[in-house]
Design a protein around this ligand. Structure first.
Ligand SMILES: C[S@@+](CC[C@H](N)C(=O)[O-])C[C@H]1O[C@@H](n2cnc3c(N)ncnc32)[C@H](O)[C@@H]1O
Length: 352
């Protein structure tokens, strides 16, 4: 049997796994650097010695240098041996230090942390009924999720996603009532509320700590045309010009029941706006690239969340257009269209 083993293939396989291992170590180190504020301190500075950074961040000097050398090893920071200083490039700062940049990625780093924190309960789900409730995940997932989607909501929602709906921006610009179901930390609700002060926005989620996060952020920003309610997708009530589901329909146990319920809460001429992770139409096309990340998050968070609820459809984050179209057809919608997409998301609109 060993004669048939291609040792170059073994080396290539091991090399690839080693690359993933370095990536995983880097994620853990980068999350520590984020928590300690290292990137903010380095951002804008021409370079700092590890002792200068330790003093600015009030961290242990020896540990600080060790982490900086890990970050320098993977070019997350640069090291100037002559000056013995570490620096963060302006381009790197857009990814790791500035949360309002379109390239901000630290939400993903935080959310990956929750995968490791949740190993025991996810293992139990794999060996059991498949369910882990959203609220039972490690709390770093909730902030991580909000930060993960921040660039999309701050840079695409108003700029390209809402304008792609029938009637465009005018539909919600003034006097509209909009529901954001499965709003999590409410960032999308608040972005819209700030942009359209003459309309009313209602963020809805069944996870109370996320709703509390949203309420406190609204208060901090002094936003008065948004309110937040703890309710499930099958029980929220109102008469809405637009009911939105942003990156959450696939997490829900009964997406057909929830889409059917949303239909009964639409005002005349109202529609459902659905944002879902980007996916191709077949699993084979999704294997690789972005699919590698989405299938991973989906195995630990999205699918267990759905399976923990009634019906437990378990759509998964890569259900794509075929999966979502079927849900809305089963829910009795007459019109379901793909209206926009970005590198990471697809946007749909459905009319009853
Ligand atoms: C991946 S997070 C997305 C949160 C938010 N839309 C965002 O983009 O940041 C999924 C959210 O769906 C919520 N959720 C899942 N099932 C739900 C249900 N049946 N009813 C209400 N909310 C639900 C979870 O609590 C979680 O906040």
């Amino acid at each position: 049997m060993s004669d048939e083993i291609d040792m170059q293939g073994v080396e290539a396989y091991a090399g690839a796994l080693f690359g993933h291992a370095v990536g995983a170590v880097t994620i853990a180190c980068s999350e520590m650097a984020r928590r300690l504020g290292f990137y903010e301190h380095l951002s804008g500075s021409p370079g700092m010695t590890s002792d200068e950074l330790a003093s600015a961040a009030e961290t242990h000097p020896r540990l600080t240098r060790e982490l900086l050398d890990q970050q320098a090893s993977v070019q997350m920071v640069t090291y100037d041996a002559d000056k013995d200083t570490y620096a963060l490039s302006p381009e790197g700062a857009m990814v790791v230090a500035n949360k309002h940049s379109p390239a901000w990625m630290m939400g993903a780093v935080q959310a990956i942390g929750a995968m490791f924190m949740g190993h025991d309960q996810v293992e139990a789900a794999f060996r059991g009924d498949g369910g882990v409730a959203w609220g039972d995940q490690h709390p770093c997932l909730f902030e991580g999720t909000a930060e993960f989607f921040r660039p999309c909501y701050e840079h695409s929602l108003i700029q390209s996603f809402i304008p792609s709906l029938a009637g465009g921006i005018d539909r919600i610009a003034s006097g509209a009532v909009v529901a954001d179901v499965g709003c999590g930390g409410g960032l999308s609700t608040l972005v819209l509320a700030e942009a359209y002060p003459d309309s009313t926005f209602v963020g809805i989620d069944f996870h109370e700590p996320s709703i509390e996060m949203a309420r406190s952020e609204a208060e901090k920003r002094g936003i008065t045309n948004a309110r937040f309610e703890v309710a499930s997708g099958t029980t929220f009530e109102g008469s809405y010009d637009l009911v939105c589901f942003y990156d959450c329909m696939h997490d829900m146990g009964d997406p057909v029941g929830i889409a059917s319920h949303a239909k009964t809460q639409l005002a005349d001429g109202g529609s459902v706006m659905l944002i879902e992770p980007f996916a191709f139409d077949t699993r084979v096309e999704n294997h690789g690239g972005l699919g590698a990340a989405f299938y991973g998050f989906s195995s630990f968070f999205c699918t267990p969340c759905s399976l923990s609820q009634e019906v437990g459809r378990g759509l998964g984050a890569q259900a794509g257009e075929p999966g979502m179209r079927l849900v809305f057809e089963e829910a009795g919608y007459g019109d379901f269209k793909r209206v926009a997409e970005s590198a990471t998301n697809i946007v749909y609109e459905a009319f009853a």
